[in-house]
Design a protein around this ligand. Sequence first.
Ligand SMILES: [Zn+2]
Length: 247
Amino acid sequence: MALSIILIFFIYGLVFGSFFNVVGLRVPQKTLFAQNRSYCDTCQRTLTWSELIPVVSYVLQRGKCRKCGESISLIYPTMELATGILAAYTFYRYGWSRELLFGLVLISLVMPITVSDIAYRKIPNAILLFFSPIFFVLRLDALGDALLGAIVAFGLLMLIVVLSKGGMGLGDVKYFTLLGFAFGPLAFLLLFFLATLYGALIGVIVLQVKKTGRKTKIPFAPSIGLAAFTVFYYGEAIIQWYLSYFL
Ligand SMILES: [Zn+2]
C-alpha cells in the first residue's frame, strides 16, 4: 500500500475534519451558509488563513484566540485529528473499494453529529436527512437487510424511550435508526451494545473529572459514533469470535 496515498487521505481528513466542525457548529444555528468565513466565537473577529490550518494553528496559538486570548475548545483539533486518522486508516484497511466509500460517508455523518451533540446536545435532523438518501444508494444491493436493520433499531429504541420515560432523546433514536439501516440488524445490535458500554464508561469518567452531579446530561452521540467505527472496522471479527462460543 502506497504510503503517500495514506498520507494524502490523512491530510484531506484533517481539512474535512475542520469542515465537519463548522457543519456541526453551524447547522443547529442555521448559519451554515449565512457566513462564509470562520470567526472567533468570543470576539467575532474573522480568522485569517494562518489561523485556519487544522491542528497546526491550534498548537501554534497554544489553544488561544490571537486577539482576545479566549481558549479555543480542545474538541476542534481533536475532531480534525480524529478525522485525519480515520480517513487514513479506512484507506489503509480497505484500499480503493466499496468499503472505502462507505467508511468515508460514515465519517462524514458521525463527525458533524458528534460536534453538534457535544456543543448543543442536539443531533440535527438536517444532517440525518442529508445522509439518508446517500445510505439508501449505498445499501441498494441489500435493501432487505438495510430495512430490517432500521426496523430493529427503531423498535428497540422506541421501547427504551417508552420504558425510560424520556431518558433517551428522539435525536438519538433517529440517529440509531439510520445506522441500523446502514449496518443491518446483526451488526446494529453489536453497535447498540457497544454504544451503551462506551456511554457508561464515558459517563463514569466525566463524573470523576468534573465532579458534577448525576443530573449532568452527557451527550450520547460520541459513544454512538465510537461504536459505529468499532463495528465498521471490527464488527465482523467480533461477531465471528462471539458466535464461535456457540457453534
Ligand atoms: Zn477571539
